[in-house]
Design a protein around this ligand. Structure first.
Ligand SMILES: Cc1cc2nc3c(=O)[nH]c(=O)nc-3n(C[C@H](O)[C@H](O)[C@H](O)COP(=O)(O)OP(=O)(O)OC[C@H]3O[C@@H](n4cnc5c(N)ncnc54)[C@H](O)[C@@H]3O)c2cc1C
Length: 171
């Protein structure tokens, strides 16, 4: 797998979507787009670089970041999140995905198809616990059919470094 080519394609897809959204917003009447890190100056003022914008009501829509759970040993190993995994330029020999729901399974299938060994570790008794049981079973069968190892009922998750074999971002 040519991971730099994968990255180039991903970046092009993201850039097209981002540019399209920005053009659409900039073309909208009474809408001004500022690019930069927003910081509050007061309850009614936000600073972006040298500009201060004020309004009686401000809507904050800054998204979310991955929550890294306090699993035993997690602070002693390098790990990836949904953000850093999208920037990976080297194919991992073996990727362990902790959490068998939508985003984790998307990454598991993607990296398996790229050629990594992949193991999914899920603490509940089935994948995608919000879906009906037959859906969870069917998805498990499809993923196992692609060679992904799946461990459910995994209550004993802990991490420890071994040699130099767990490296984030291929470094
Ligand atoms: C790997 C992955 C796959 C997903 N797949 C799907 C899917 O298939 N279908 C689906 O419906 N959802 C999917 N989601 C979920 C979806 O991406 C999120 O629900 C959605 O992006 C949330 O939109 P948002 O606008 O709230 O936040 P975001 O999309 O995170 O946008 C927040 C924006 O605010 C900006 N920002 C943050 N802080 C500041 C600041 N101080 N000043 C200025 N700007 C700031 C950020 O740079 C970002 O551009 C997926 C998520 C992930 C991580």
């Amino acid at each position: 797998m040519d991971m730099p080519a994968v990255q180039r394609r991903k970046n092009a897809v993201v850039a097209a979507s981002r540019d399209g959204l920005e053009r659409w917003l900039r073309g909208m009447e009474r809408c001004t787009v500022f690019l930069g890190h927003a910081r509050f100056e007061s309850a009614t003022e936000v600073r972006v670089g040298d500009t201060v914008v004020s309004a009686p009501r401000i809507c904050i829509n800054v998204g979310g970041r991955a929550l890294v759970p306090a699993l035993p040993g997690v602070e002693r190993v390098p790990y990836l999140t949904n953000t850093s995994l999208l920037k990976l330029e080297v194919l991992p020999r073996h990727l362990v995905v902790v959490g068998g729901s939508y985003v984790g399974l998307e990454f598991a299938q993607m990296y398996r198809r790229f050629g990594s060994e992949v193991t999914v570790v899920e603490k509940s008794s089935r994948l995608l616990a919000r879906e009906d049981e037959d859906v969870s079973d069917a998805i498990r069968e499809i993923l196992e059919g692609e060679g992904i190892a799946i461990r459910t009922d995994a209550e004993c998750i802990r991490f420890e470094p071994r040699g130099n074999d767990s490296r984030p971002n291929g470094s």
